[in-house]
Design a protein around this ligand. Structure first.
Ligand code: HEC
Length: 303
């Protein structure tokens, strides 16, 4: 389905009617809705603090990349909240930012684009599914304790958390699949947001083979969406932090399920230099579900 004409007409009209107010060439003015949240896109990066935005943006061709300067983000209507249970902060912390719901509503092209992906400088990706956004109301944090990134607290290892982080005022898990519980998605070092179609993105890792709808396989798929997909990619979708694509994991699940299981639970036991965080709480059913799901990407060998 295409977006409704009045919306794109409005964007075009705004660009035509307001040229006198717009700084020339590199900048584009775009009214995201008839009323609030108007942003001025930049065509190129001018600072490491700029936020790159791509995917399906209102009024722009699919796949366009644009930038929002920090000054532009600070000028938006910000929500200020005190966060008490975010593992990135050592105590109650005041954060100000823009809810992902607002960004989606005003900047993403509807109905094609209904999901936000936050991409970090280490190629980790957090995928904000519609249900997650509606339940947990994640906030793109622009100021912490009223400060810009140079004044932000460091993470547990002493790294900078800027230029952007995502947080929640309060997080209560909303689902459980075997021993995987809904986990807060609180990335830091965010450099890019992508507005995408959830259906298209998740299709990249949808189970294959003769039994994709089997309950165990589907349970593994749900867990993999929230966990593995952050660091393991299928072609262009998913995080690339691990350098181990989906098919490599699948090959392990198919050929050496014991190694696969042991790695998921406790990577350091298999590889002392492992960077992957372990999942020591995953019980046998959880591991079986993940194994079954990943195996579907490795066609069985014909005799
Ligand atoms: C936070 C990032 C991260 C997440 C989340 C993650 N991994 Fe990994 N994974 C890595 C990295 C990095 C490696 C490369 C080796 C290392 O440093 O541990 C890796 C390696 C692996 C390997 C070993 C591959 C090999 O070639 O030896 C397996 C198997 C694996 N991951 C499975 C999974 C599964 C299944 C999930 C989801 C339940 C998952 N990983 C979630 C980061 C992650």
């Amino acid at each position: 389905m295409r977006k409704s004409p009045p919306f794109s007409l409005l964007a075009v009209m705004t660009i035509l009617l307001l040229p006198a107010l717009v700084p020339p060439s590199a900048s584009e003015l775009k009214a995201a809705s008839s009323s609030d949240l108007v942003v001025r896109w930049q065509a190129s990066r001018s600072s490491p603090l700029d936020l790159e935005v791509s995917g399906d943006l209102v009024g722009l061709p699919a796949g366009t990349t644009r930038y929002l300067t920090r000054a532009e983000l600070v000028s938006l209507p910000l929500v200020t909240q005190v966060v008490t249970d975010d593992a990135n902060f050592s105590g109650p912390t005041e954060v100000s930012g823009v809810p992902l719901e607002e960004l989606l509503r005003h900047l993403a092209r509807a109905p094609e684009s209904d999901m936000v992906i936050a991409i970090c400088d280490d190629r980790y990706r957090a995928h904000y599914l519609q249900a997650y956004v509606a339940t947990h109301h994640p906030l793109l944090v622009i100021k912490i304790n009223g400060q810009a990134p140079e004044g932000w607290p460091k993470d547990a290892e002493g790294s900078d958390m800027g230029p952007y982080v995502i947080s929640h005022v309060k997080f209560s898990p909303s689902f459980r699949i075997f021993s995987h519980q809904d986990e807060p998605q609180v990335p830091w070092g965010i450099v890019r947001l992508e507005f995408r179609s959830e259906k298209v993105v998740l299709a990249a890792i949808a189970p294959r083979g003769p039994h994709p709808t089997e309950a165990l396989v589907q349970a593994g798929y749900r867990i993999a969406q929230q966990n593995c997909f952050r660091c393991h990619n299928m072609h262009d979708e998913g995080g690339q932090k691990s350098g181990r694509p989906w098919q490599v994991l699948s090959a392990w699940a198919a050929a050496a399920p014991d190694y696969f299981a042991a790695y998921v639970r406790n990577p350091q036991a298999k590889n002392p230099r492992a960077q992957m965080p372990g999942n020591p709480g995953y019980d046998d059913a959880t591991i079986r579900a993940l194994t079954a799901c990943f195996q579907t990407f490795s066609p069985e060998e014909k005799p």
